[in-house]
Design a protein around this ligand. Structure first.
Ligand code: PLP
Length: 443
């Protein structure tokens, strides 16, 4: 297990995060429970923000809120003076409820709904990343009605493949996102947007995938975007002012993944910045305002999930299941992508692992696992099990499947622990249910 100042094994041999003993957290708040380390989140935001400022100057870091969206996250991002990327009316509403400045929001989505476009305009969102011709029409018409001009960037697909799970690749030719540079679609969309009276095209966006450890795909994507920008300058006399390179930086889930600390993330962004500077020089472009949209790398390793071990079932010669009180409803990533995690028994975190087990959820679904072949000391009913690096794409992908509760989330720092997402109740589960009269009428 990787430790750091705010995630360590304490003197009692218990797992501790943000100065809080995980066994005590489980007792106080119950399980399953998402726990977020505030210092780690702020540390990552600062690394990106400061590196951008020091090494590039005119740039903006946008927290990709799809990784974990709740009001407290936008409150932290606001305090840390970074922007946010949102992909739905719901994420935008959450940001607005937290008092986040709309001007620092970039609105994404391959199929923004008319009501989402209208809501985002009413909020005064700073930037739209346009991703279809019909969206451009809709947005332009809505702006005309309001007598205003909206800043936009165009999502392009530079054709860079990143080495990650194929379901999380977004910039290959068949992707539903963006417009291909290679096919000429990106140029056509540039022309279309430049002709819109109520839209001001400021530049381009690309996002090449997620959980990427290599710098080269990002540098290559930057180079290709800049080459395209130079082409548009030559052909259409359009000089882009913004280049948004999206998110996608990897995090450590298991020992198989590279270990990045704050400094390595700074070096990572530094390399991309170097590629942007070099590309601008190569193509004779003035340096655009640079944006990045990290999500997973800001919250992923900041979060852990605490569970209580229930049934333990051994199928001799085949596998041993350790069942917990959570499952695919709080973490669907194993079911979706076969994702791997590291698990620790929070009350015996100093004990060496002795066996490989499958951690099963409590859903009525045989594929409902948190992971396979996870090394643990012998787990017993009542043990608190911590799964590490669950901060990103867990809560945000959670559901009420089997009418289980989406677990609450707490934020920990220097021994303090506070709810940032309160527990659900049975009443919450039926709040929006309705029974038509004909189902209750007597015969
Ligand atoms: C447009 C866009 N920006 C940013 C991100 C964040 O990526 P990550 O969480 O891997 O940093 C995503 C993730 O899919 C995305 O689609």
């Amino acid at each position: 297990m990787d430790t750091r100042k705010t995630l360590r094994v304490n003197e009692a041999g218990h797992l501790e995060i943000g100065g809080c003993d995980c066994v005590e957290l489980a007792e106080k708040f119950g399980t399953p429970l998402y726990v977020f380390d505030e210092d780690y989140i702020r540390g990552m935001m600062r690394v990106y923000r400061d590196t951008m400022k020091k090494e590039y100057g005119d740039g903006l870091v946008l927290y990709a809120s799809k990784a974990f969206s709740c009001e407290a996250m936008y409150a932290i991002a606001k305090q840390e003076k970074i922007g946010a990327d949102v992909v739905s009316g719901g994420e935008l509403y959450t940001a607005m409820q937290a008092g986040f400045p709309a001007a620092d929001v970039c609105m994404h989505g391959n199929n923004k709904l008319p009501r989402e476009i209208s809501y985002a305009l009413n909020c005064g969102v700073g930037l739209f990343a346009v991703d279809s011709p019909s969206e451009a029409e809709l947005l332009d018409a809505e702006c005309e009605k309001r007598g205003r001009v909206q800043d936009v960037i165009l999502r392009i697909n530079p054709g860079v493949e990143a080495h990650t799970h194929k379901f999380v690749q977004t910039a290959t030719p068949e992707s539903k996102f963006g417009f291909s540079v290679q096919s000429g679609a990106a140029e056509e969309m540039t022309k279309l947007l430049l002709a819109k009276k109520h839209l001001r095209l400021l530049g381009y966006h690309c996002h090449i995938g997620s959980q990427i450890f290599e710098k080269q795909p990002f540098c290559l994507a930057a180079e290709k975007c800049l080459a395209f920008m130079a082409d548009m300058k030559k052909k259409l006399s359009f000089e882009a002012e913004i280049l948004n390179l999206g998110g996608g930086f990897g995090i450590r889930y298991t020992e198989e993944d590279e270990k990045f600390d704050f400094e390595s993330y700074a070096g990572y962004l530094g390399a991309i910045i170097g590629a942007v500077k070099a590309g601008c020089e190569k193509y004779g472009l003035k340096r655009p305002r640079l944006m990045i949209e990290p999500g997973r790398s800001i919250v992923g390793e900041a979060g852990i999930t605490l569970y209580t071990v229930g049934a333990v079932k051994e199928i001799p010669g085949i596998r041993k299941y350790v069942a917990v009180d959570g499952g695919m409803f709080d973490n669907p990533r194993f079911c979706l992508y076969g994702s791997k995690y590291t698990a620790v028994l929070a009350g015996r975190a100093d004990e060496p692992p002795t066996e490989l087990v499958s951690i099963a959820g409590k859903c009525c679904e045989s594929g409902d696992l948190i992971g396979e072949n996870m090394s643990l000391p012998e787990a017993r009913r009542g043990d608190i099990l911590a799964v590490l690096s669950t901060g990103a794409y867990n809560y945000s992908m959670a559901s009420n499947y089997n009418r289980n509760f989406v677990p609450p989330a707490i934020l920990v720092k220097d021994g303090m622990a506070d709810y940032i997402v309160k527990p659900q109740t049975y009443e919450d589960l039926v709040r929006n249910d309705a029974i038509p009269d004909r189902l209750t009428a007597r015969r």
